[in-house]
Design a protein around this ligand. Sequence first.
Ligand SMILES: [Zn+2]
Length: 172
Amino acid sequence: MDSTGKLYCAWCGGPLERKLAQGEYRLCCQGCGRISYENPITGVAGIILSPAGEILLGRRAGGETMEGKWCIPCGHVEYNEDIRQALVREMWEETGFWVNPVSVYTAYSNFHEPQVHSTGIWFLTEICGGCCRSGDDISEVRFFTGGCLPELAFVTDRLVIERLRQENLLKE
Ligand SMILES: [Zn+2]
């Protein structure tokens, strides 16, 4: 992409234009004719529950999507990075806790950012070290009960938290 937002072909450098191809409007190269397929980014989110049954949420820092609102700590998996390693890294960067990914809790497609479609995977985790401190794109981290939640940034986090409440994993 250049400064005007124009996209270029990764193979030949030709300009890309959205055209009907294989049933969808896709980015097609004006030079070589190849299609640049767009795929969702993979996101991971870590559910940390305190022994009392509260959930750890992070407040999104300035400059981030949904600044000032709260989310289950999360981040993107990097290319060539193992998905569980990405979770451990993101949780360390954002919350100060080292966690063990215990199990996959659920998965959703995130459409909240029109420019970035992501596939999110929520893991149940347990703390194995570190201590609570906010970092990276999170300005504050705190534990919340189900009955006293702050304003949430993402609709999919709301679905996850609703299920935790229904399953009595999150204290009211
Ligand atoms: Zn091309």
